[in-house]
Structure formats: structure tokens, C-alpha cells
Design a binder for this molecule. Structure first.
Ligand SMILES: Cc1cc2nc3c(=O)[nH]c(=O)nc-3n(C[C@H](O)[C@H](O)[C@H](O)COP(=O)(O)O)c2cc1C
Length: 161
């Protein structure tokens, strides 16, 4: 059975719900490893057949702990994951594009192969209170994450990704 590695970080819960939804979508088709970024590292990258990276956008960048995962993993797996498929999900207040760009740039360095457009969900939180409050992602948006997970799972299982 193929393995999909989902690496995620979340401060207020939005990205966690997105990652969990994607894992539900992929379950059954592949073995899903759903790992918080601080618990993931190069060995997990090497052991997987495809990847889903999920991060909040914080200060126009991926979150610090997500970046830490890449900082720890980048050189140990360089040239060992060439051509493997990946997708990204970003939970943002109102933008998300820069975090998506950063993830794409790292994945390009790893020679990973994008198999979907970045899935960016905006929570529309504007005030400091709203930004720091726990997030609830609406079911219809979680469905998009589940569908992305299902596509990755089915594609890996059928060997077409
Ligand atoms: C310190 C901080 C910086 C943020 N910067 C941005 C930003 O640059 N662009 C954006 O769209 N949202 C920004 N946000 C909003 C978060 O992306 C949004 O609240 C999102 O839901 C966070 O995901 P999480 O619930 O998984 O932590 C920021 C939030 C925090 C706490």
C-alpha cells in the first residue's frame, strides 16, 4: 500500500481541520500519516510516496514551525525524493499567496511534482481578537480539503500520480 504523508501546523485550529479532512478523504486508498510539523522529519519524507503540506499563513509566510520542518528535512532528503507528487493547503486570514509560493519554491528545490493547485482557505479574520480566536472551518470548505485528499489517495493507489 502506498503512503501519503500529511505534514501540518496550526496555531488556531484551521489548518488542523483542513489536514484532518484531507486525511479522511485519502483514508482507505492509501496509508495516511498525519503528522504535526514538529514531529515530522526526513525519515518520514523518505518513507512516503506522496505529500500534502498544510500551513497557516503568518506574517506573509508559512508558519515558523512548518518552516522548521523544511529546514530540518531539506538537505537530508535532497535528490532522494525527485519526482514524487505533492500538493499544498494554506489557511489564511485574507491572502495566503505568499505561503503558497514559499511551499512551491521548496518543493521545486526537492524536484517534487505538483499535482494540484494550492488550496487556499481564508477565514476572513481581521481584528486581533478574531485572528487569535479558535477557528471553525465550514463543512463546505472542509469538503474541498477532503476531495483533495481523496484525489491524492486515489491517484497514488492507482499509480497515476
Ligand atoms: C501572527 C499572525 C500573522 C498572520 N499573518 C497573516 C498574513 O500575513 N496573511 C493572512 O492572510 N493571514 C494572516 N494571519 C491569519 C491566519 O492565517 C489565520 O488566522 C489562519 O486561520 C491561521 O490558521 P490556523 O488556524 O491553522 O492557525 C496571521 C495570523 C497570525 C496569528
Amino acid at each position: 500500500m502506498k503512503t501519503l504523508l500529511i505534514v501540518w501546523h496550526s496555531m488556531t485550529g484551521g489548518t488542523r481541520q483542513m489536514a484532518e479532512a484531507a486525511a479522511r478523504g485519502a483514508a482507505g486508498e492509501v496509508r495516511v500519516r498525519l503528522l504535526p510539523a514538529p514531529e515530522a522529519g526526513p525519515d518520514d519524507m523518505l518513507a512516503a510516496d506522496g505529500y500534502l503540506f498544510a500551513t497557516p499563513e503568518n506574517l506573509a509566510a508559512m508558519s515558523g514551525l512548518m518552516k522548521d520542518f523544511f529546514d530540518r528535512s531539506y538537505y537530508p532528503v535532497l535528490d532522494l525524493v525527485n519526482g514524487r507528487p505533492y500538493a499544498t493547503m494554506i489557511c489564511a486570514g485574507s491572502d495566503g499567496s505568499n505561503a503558497a509560493r514559499q511551499l512551491a519554491r521548496i518543493a521545486t528545490g526537492w524536484r517534487l511534482r505538483p499535482v494540484a493547485e494550492p488550496l487556499i482557505l481564508c477565514t476572513r479574520a481581521q481584528t486581533p481578537e478574531a485572528i487569535l480566536a479558535p477557528k471553525t472551518i465550514p463543512p463546505e470548505e472542509l469538503r474541498r480539503c477532503e476531495e483533495l485528499g481523496a484525489m491524492l489517495g486515489a491517484g497514488l493507489a492507482m499509480g497515476i500520480l
